[in-house]
Each structure stands twice: as structure tokens, then as C-alpha cells.
Design a protein around this ligand. Structure first.
Ligand code: PLP
Length: 416
């Protein structure tokens, strides 16, 4: 036992990210392995929100839209926040727009992609992806007359032929944590003339990607998971810069206009990615996200990925040693190869919901994804190896004591 504890403590002490946990509020005694669903509160956020509420909104009022003194102005927030996200996804300054939910962002980019390939009428999506991506694709198809084609998740390219305008994939699967080879799939779909969009919701902030290097076309991602922007934080959209002039999005509102306050009758789009904006930017959410992104200020993508893999490696190894499938009924469904693993590990078990609830009762927060997965996210900036060890200790105890079979867990909460 103590050998393992010593090893975990040594790994934490040697991590280049060992002090970053101090940048977050993590309740004492809690092992929080759900930063992939709702990131914890970064310490810088409350003060930023107080400044927003008291100085900018409370005192500055309408004047706070413009820059004045040390306040850079609200108008520019979508771009400023985008510039903070850009290094995490291999994008350049001015290439990322922030402001809608992921679902709405997907709607805009999917319609725009179809308009960029007018001779092609098929959107390819993957049937096991997060459902909203498929729902939005279906909505776009109904609106535009395009067709949704479900691909085989293990071979998405097989569905990409000369009719396909867009291949839209989620980089890291929300259920299993399996990761696609983003550069290889992008290149192969391009050979078939399709555009490629990556949903980075379960990547950004834990699994660095290089969208520019991969020559991807479009990407979206979430602000409230590993980016820690808070509940309902706005999402981001990246468009490869040379595609921006052709980007014709379906909700061209005044905030995407080149001169919103000229109040012209005709819509003239901004020339940058800000043309994705429709209405007034969500200033409260953007302000929280801007402050939250400060936690990544001096984090190298290499360190981030190495820390994430070190945590998930330890979890998988301890599960193998202490919870062998034959006795525990648990199966690790996340790929073991680093090249195919995101930043979470999922365990399949027929009582996965009860296991997750029993762990929460013990202060280990993961989540359940229907029908049978217990999911544990390893956000590398605040999760420690000692947390991984504690989580597995509790998991062993839950199964030994049968705590997961408590009848109280037969009725599921609304949010699982
Ligand atoms: C979390 C998640 C979303 C979230 O969509 P919202 O519209 O921002 O709620 C979308 N896609 C994937 C793959 C996700 O994991």
C-alpha cells in the first residue's frame, strides 16, 4: 500500500504542473474527476466577476462596451477570449470566435460548410458521438435539403465519397475516451474533396491539438469542460483563415456586421472569424471564461498531455492490478494506446450508475453515461496522482462492500 502511495506522491512532486492546482478552488477532501463535464472554479474568476459587476456594469454602465483606462472594453471580448484558446488548439491570434453554445456553433459551421461545397449534399457524422452533434446535423439537413449519413465509428472514411461536403467528427469520444487520429483523418477526407470539422469538446484544455498543422477546416469546442469557464460558458469556433472569406453563416446578425453601429440596411460581414457572431456577446460568460483561461498561461501543450497521460496510465494500471474483470465485473473500455486515448478513462459495469453514486457518497466525483459506463476525467491542472490512488481505493471498497447495490441508486437523477 505505502509503496503505491509513495509512488503517487513522487509522481506529483516531479510534475511540472504540480503548483497549478493552487489556481483552482477544489473543495477540501474531494477527489474531482469530472472536470471533463464541469471544470472547477479558477481562483481568478470571482475577482474578475466582481470587477465586471461593480466597476464595469455597476459604475461604467453602457460606457463599458468601449475601452477606457485599464478596462479593454466588452466589444472585443469574443476575440480576446478566442486568442487565449488559440494556443491550446494550434490556432493563431484572431482565428477563434467565442460566443455561442457548441450546438449553435455547430449549426452555423455545418450550414457554412454545405454552402462552401454547393455541389455536395451530404454531412457525415458519427452515430456514437455526443447526441447534440447528430441532432444539429439532422436539423441542418432538414433546413437545407442536405442528407445526414452516419459513418462507422471505427472507419469514418468509408462513408466519405464525392457527395460529402463535410465530415464532422468528435476528436475524443465522450463515452469511451477514444481519440481519433486528427491529422490522418483530415488529410484522407481532404483527398476525397470533403471539408473536415472537429468537435474538440473533450479535448481542449487536456489534449492539445494542432489544427493549423493538420490543415483542418473547422473546429468547435466547449468552454465549461476542461476550459473551466463555468456552467453554460460560451463555446468557441475556429475556421481555417483562408476559408473565412467564404464563410457564409446562417444567422448574420448585427454583431457579425463590419460596422454594427453604422446601422446599415444591408448586411456586410466582418472580414475575420468574428463574422460568426450574431447578436450581442454574452459578456458575463465571456468574462468568467477569460479569467478562467489564465490557468493555462504558462502551460506547455507537451506538459499538459504528459500530465494527463501519466494520470490515466496510473488509473488503468491500478484498475488492472486491483480490479481484474473476472472478480470486479469492470472492463476498461478506454484504449490503452496513448495515441488513441483522450484524457478520461471509462469503466463498463452493469451497475455503473450505482458505482458512480456510491463513489460520490465517498467524495470521489466521476459521472455515469448510459447505459453502463462510469467515467473518470483526468484534468491535468488540478488532478493529482494521489487522487487517482484514492479513487481506486474507494472503488475497491465500494465493490467489496456492495455499496453500489444500494436500492437508493435504482432511481436516477436528472443529471447523471
Ligand atoms: C459537451 C459537448 C457538447 C456541448 O454542447 P453545448 O451546446 O455547448 O451544450 C457538444 N458536443 C460534444 C461532443 C460535447 O462533448
Amino acid at each position: 500500500m505505502s509503496g503505491r502511495a509513495d509512488e503517487a506522491a513522487a509522481l506529483d512532486a516531479a510534475s511540472p504542473l504540480r503548483t497549478h492546482r493552487e489556481r483552482f478552488v477544489v473543495p477540501e477532501g474531494l477527489v474531482y474527476l469530472d472536470g471533463n463535464s464541469l471544470g472547477p472554479l479558477p481562483r481568478a474568476v470571482p475577482a474578475a466577476m466582481t470587477r465586471l459587476l461593480e466597476d464595469q456594469w455597476g459604475t461604467g454602465l453602457i460606457g463599458s462596451w468601449n475601452a477606457s483606462g485599464s478596462h479593454p472594453g466588452w466589444m472585443d471580448l469574443p476575440r480576446r477570449v478566442g486568442d487565449l484558446i488559440a494556443p491550446l488548439i494550434g490556432a493563431g491570434a484572431g482565428e477563434v470566435h467565442v460566443g455561442d453554445s457548441t450546438s449553435v456553433s455547430l449549426f452555423k459551421t455545418m450550414v457554412a460548410a454545405l454552402r462552401m461545397r454547393p455541389d455536395r449534399r451530404v454531412l457525415v457524422v458519427e452515430p456514437t458521438t455526443f447526441p447534440t452533434d447528430g441532432y444539429v446535423a439532422a436539423g441542418v439537413a432538414r433546413l437545407t435539403g442536405a442528407e445526414v449519413r452516419w459513418c462507422d465509428p471505427s472507419d469514418p472514411l468509408a462513408a466519405v465519397d464525392e457527395d460529402v461536403a463535410l465530415l464532422s467528427l468528435t476528436h475524443v469520444d465522450f463515452r469511451t475516451g477514444a481519440m481519433y487520429d486528427l491529422p490522418a483523418l483530415t488529410a484522407a477526407a481532404h483527398e476525397r474533396g470533403a471539408l473536415v470539422q472537429w468537435d474538440l469538446c473533450h479535448s481542449t484544455g487536456a489534449v492539445p491539438v494542432d489544427l493549423t498543422g493538420a490543415e483542418a477546416d473547422l473546429a468547435v469546442g466547449c468552454g465549461y469542460k476542461y476550459l473551466n469557464g463555468g456552467p453554460g460558458a460560451p463555446a468557441f469556433t475556429w475556421v481555417r483563415p483562408d476559408l473565412v472569406p467564404d464563410l457564409d453563416q446562417p444567422v448574420p446578425g448585427w454583431m457579425g456586421h463590419a460596422r454594427p453601429f453604422a446601422l446599415e440596411r444591408e448586411h456586410v460581414s466582418r472580414t475575420d472569424v468574428g463574422r460568426l457572431a450574431s447578436g450581442t456577446p454574452p459578456v458575463l460568460g465571456l468574462t468568467a471564461l477569460e479569467a478562467a483561461l489564465g490557468v493555462f498561461a504558462d502551460v506547455s501543450p507537451t506538459d499538459l498531455r504528459a500530465a494527463s497521460l501519466s494520470l490515466s496510465d496510473l488509473f488503468v494500471r491500478l484498475a488492472d492490478e486491483r480490479l481484474p474483470p473476472a472478480s470486479s465485473g469492470l472492463e476498461v473500455v478506454t484504449p490503452r494506446e496513448h495515441s488513441r486515448r483522450g484524457s478520461q478513462v471509462s469503466l463498463r459495469h452493469e451497475s455503473a450508475y450505482g458505482i458512480v453514486q456510491a463513489l460520490i457518497a465517498r467524495g470521489v466525483v466521476g459521472d455515469f453515461r448510459a447505459p453502463d459506463l462510469a467515467r473518470f476525467g483526468f484534468a491535468p491542472l488540478f488532478v493529482r496522482h494521489t487522487d487517482v490512488l484514492a479513487a481506486v481505493d474507494h472503488l475497491v471498497a465500494v465493490l467489496e462492500n456492495g455499496e453500489h447495490l444500494d436500492p437508493a441508486y435504482e432511481v436516477r437523477n436528472t443529471v447523471t
